[in-house]
Ligand binder design. Structure first.
Ligand SMILES: Cc1cc2nc3c(=O)[nH]c(=O)nc-3n(C[C@H](O)[C@H](O)[C@H](O)COP(=O)(O)O)c2cc1C
Length: 435
């Protein structure tokens, strides 16, 4: 996808558009969440086929899934149909480009780990070579049980499997604890990640510190100085790293992203630049890499007013009493432990590259992602982004306009503490995209 000469930008393709996705559903009550998830896949342009275990078919309607997937829904009885010219489990396994296995029950997990193919879903999974995203769901005691934990350990290490463990919350059995299927927004995101970069585990054993979102600097109890950052870019960077195996600390201002995207991240919500500074500096010593994606305010009130300013006093108050916010990126660079890599962000308008080059030289970070906020399809809030990744010396590579999750993965590859680098494909993102 490219910046077009007329300044307009066609939206980058959705990560799952045109992909053939097999959705395997086993008998957990979380199956009731699948129809909407299937609908979301179809709305992205994916081709979807659903396979249900007999237990799943009692909990969620195959008719609803057939209707929402625009395809017949496959049940165990279909495996032995005289209408199928090829064994259905083989045909489905070969058809699938990606598999979504959600919810995954203790039984279906055990079947796979022990190589049993006694349902249509189980035999299809054994025959399938496509990457699998699996989201487990079960009662807390079932999840904690030794056999399930043993099976999960084996399963989640399979190279083709990206496994999402259940999260904690209120369960249908009225227990409060681990067992809920990962949030559907996160399941969708993880599937998109699998489609974009496969099941990469290159951040396994590494720790990433990410900042995201805006800060809010209070003027008085009713007003603040802030900016339009939603935190989408930073949160996607954090979640992409987590899906690639990293442990991620996320320090964030007020966010406008689906709450499910925060699952599995160690989140520290803050409001002001001072709070962000304290949270980042505390967490920095244990990080292998830092990505400073937050849009931190440049100025704050030297002394915020304790009571609400009256309208007539506002103009005078706005024209005086501000102070500069400390430069968080420069502080992180100054204090970094040996070997820690740091990525900065520069959201700029106009002629972005010279401004970004000057910022990189001033701050001394390893990498700087410069993204224009005045071009369609880039910057705050949207689904896509694009820009230039600058490194030491004159190194610069254009990142063509793409889905923010795809940009996040490219940034992570460059930031990797042992394998990273900005790459060398200078030019305009438009050139890079069309080339
Ligand atoms: C209402 C209901 C909810 C259930 N929820 C779960 C669940 O969340 N996780 C699980 O592992 N089993 C759950 N079970 C039990 C499974 O359905 C049962 O173990 C079944 O054998 C699973 O088979 P399958 O994996 O072929 O679907 C539930 C059963 C019922 C009746």
């Amino acid at each position: 996808m490219a910046f077009r000469a007329d300044g307009a930008a066609a939206a980058p393709a959705a990560p799952l558009a045109g992909r053939r996705i097999l959705v395997g559903i086993s008998g957990s009550i979380a199956a009731v969440k699948l129809p909407l998830l299937v609908s979301a896949l179809v709305q992205q342009g994916a081709e979807v086929r659903c396979v249900l275990t007999p237990s799943a078919a009692r909990l969620v309607s195959p008719e609803a899934l057939a209707c929402l997937s625009r395809n017949p829904c496959h049940l165990d009885a279909d495996q032995w149909s005289h209408r199928e010219p090829r064994p259905l489990h083989i045909a489905l396994a070969e058809w699938a480009e990606l598999v979504l296995l959600a919810p995954l029950t203790a039984t279906t997990l055990a079947r796979w780990v022990h190589g049993l193919g006694d349902t249509l879903l189980a035999s299809t999974l054994l025959a399938c070579e496509a990457p699998v995203l699996a989201a487990a769901a079960m009662n807390t005691s079932m999840w904690d049980s030794l056999p399930v934990q043993r099976n999960w350990k084996v399963f989640s290490r399979l190279p083709s499997v990206l496994a999402l463990a259940p999260t904690a919350g209120l369960l249908a059995c009225d227990r409060q604890g681990a067992g809920r299927m990962a949030d559907p927004d996160l399941v969708l995101l993880a599937l998109e990640s699998l489609a974009l970069v496969g099941n990469q585990r290159d951040w396994q054993g590494l720790r990433l510190l990410v900042s995201a979102g805006p800060t809010r600097e209070p003027l008085d109890p009713a007003r603040c100085l802030t900016n339009p950052s939603t935190g989408r870019m930073g949160v996607l960077l954090a979640q992409a790293a987590r899906l690639r195996g990293a442990r991620v600390d996320l320090v964030h201002g007020p966010l406008s992203v689906p709450p499910g995207w925060l699952e599995g991240l160690a989140c520290s919500p803050v409001q002001t630049a001072a709070e962000m500074q304290a949270a980042l500096l505390e967490r920095q010593p244990r990080a292998d890499a830092v990505a400073m994606a937050a849009a931190v305010a440049d100025h704050r009130r030297a002394r915020p007013t304790a009571t609400k300013l009256q309208k007539l006093d506002l103009e005078r108050a706005l024209s005086q009493g501000w102070e500069a916010v400390p430069d968080l990126l420069a502080q992180l660079v100054e204090r970094r432990p040996a070997g820690q890599r740091i990525l900065g962000f520069a959201a700029q308008s106009g002629d972005v590259l010279p401004l970004a080059r000057a910022k990189l030289a001033r701050k001394g970070c390893d990498l700087l992602f410069a993204n224009p906020i005045d071009r369609p399809g880039c910057g705050f809030g949207g689904l896509s982004n694009g820009g230039w990744l600058l490194g030491p010396g004159d190194q610069v590579s254009a990142l063509a306009q793409a889905h923010k999750l795809a940009i996040a993965h490219q940034l992570l590859t460059a930031l990797h503490p042992t394998r990273g680098g900005p790459g060398r494909s200078p030019g305009d993102p438009a050139q890079a995209a069309s080339g």
